[in-house]
Ligand binder design. Structure first.
Ligand SMILES: [Zn+2]
Ligand SMILES: [Zn+2]
Length: 269
């Protein structure tokens, strides 16, 4: 909205005053819009789904207790909690070849986190990602700057799964992180070709085999030159097979450094 065509009387305020009033007006409408949105769609706890009060508290008290934030000491490769400071790498990272540099996750993948992640995916509670992205933004901003990240790349889901769900939760998370850090998202860089078997019942080497060749770099992107430093974004990191498969595809295509960020991370195997 422009105030350029104001009447003669109003021009008494001068340009500067009008600019100030305009800013105030936009601030007020943004605030009123948020108030109205909160009234119509009150924020809910991302774990139990109950309306939260007071509204500043994004997670309700009992659920806050249930979420377990990843604490030091952590595996220097995948960021998973390890038992003591002297342990450099978790068992998974010791046993399996890693081509990615390192990664970090916000929460330990416990029952509460698992319910919340499932609600995002299967009950279309995308708004829960606002809370996780804000927490990750605060916690990992400095880490990501240290990595000199150039682009955020969500781990793709198979197109048929995306169609059925209507969105890719990793992409939704990456967009929210991008808005906070000003790092672009490239959701087309990686392509998921093969529909993989459910990973749950497989051991880590079977998982990696299951995922090999599932991911490839989009040839249309590769022609335009690739990034030097990519940060993969996903909702859950369990044994690391998915991130490893993505990392191999990116490195084969010429990306020099690959890091990852996840909301949740499983415990060591
Ligand atoms: Zn709750
Ligand atoms: Zn590890």
């Amino acid at each position: 909205m422009e105030f350029a065509s104001v009447c003669g009387r109003c021009q008494l305020y001068g340009d500067g005053d009008w600019r100030g009033m305009k800013q105030q007006f936009f601030k007020w409408t943004a605030w009123a819009g948020k108030e109205l949105a909160d009234l119509l769609f009150p924020p809910t706890c991302p774990v139990c789904g109950q309306i939260v009060a007071p509204k500043e508290e994004r997670v309700c008290g009992p659920c806050r207790e249930k979420l377990s934030v990843v604490k030091q000491p952590i595996c220097k490769r995948c960021g998973k909690e390890v038992s003591e400071e002297s342990v450099e790498y978790c068992l998974d990272c010791t046993r399996h070849r890693r081509t990615f540099e390192s990664g970090r996750a916000l929460l330990n993948y416990n029952e509460a986190a698992s319910c919340s992640m499932a609600a995002i995916k299967y009950k279309n509670r995308r708004e829960y990602l606002d809370f996780y992205a804000a927490a990750m933004g605060r916690r990992f901003g400095r880490v990501v700057r240290g990595w000199k990240a150039e682009v955020l790349v969500p781990v793709p889901v198979h197109p048929s799964r995306r169609r059925a769900r209507g969105f890719n939760q990793a992409e939704e998370l990456a967009k929210r992180l991008s808005r906070q850090w000003g790092i672009p998202v490239d959701a087309e860089l990686l392509v998921r070709d093969k529909k993989t078997m459910p990973q749950r019942d497989l051991n880590p080497s079977e998982r990696l085999k299951n995922l090999q060749k599932a991911f490839r770099v989009n040839p249309a992107r590769a022609c335009g030159g690739l990034w030097n430093c990519v940060v993969l974004v996903d909702d859950i990191y369990t044994t690391g097979s998915t991130i490893e498969a993505c990392s191999r595809a990116l490195k084969e295509a010429g990306v020099k450094e690959v890091y990852f960020l996840a909301v949740c991370i499983g415990h060591g195997v």
